[in-house]
Design a binder for this molecule. Structure first.
Ligand code: FES
Length: 63
């Protein structure tokens, strides 16, 4: 599914870029150009980003 029609960015490309370490929106914008034109894709891109970031714990508990 296309997330960003202006730049032709798919959900798969977005998730791959996040998996490669682009865990902030500004990084995705620099890397792929998502949200850099009309901006209509920003809410969906942010939702995907939040979903992917939620899969990765931000900290590790030390016993
Ligand atoms: S749809 Fe992404 S910038 Fe326009």
């Amino acid at each position: 599914m296309y997330v960003c029609l202006c730049k032709g960015i798919t959900e798969r490309q977005l998730r791959a870029a996040i998996a490669e370490g682009n865990t902030e929106f500004k990084q995705l914008k620099c890397e792929l150009g998502v949200g850099s034109q009309c901006g209509k894709c920003v809410p969906v891109a942010m939702a995907i980003l939040a979903e992917e970031n939620a899969k990765t714990p931000l900290y590790y508990e030390v016993a």
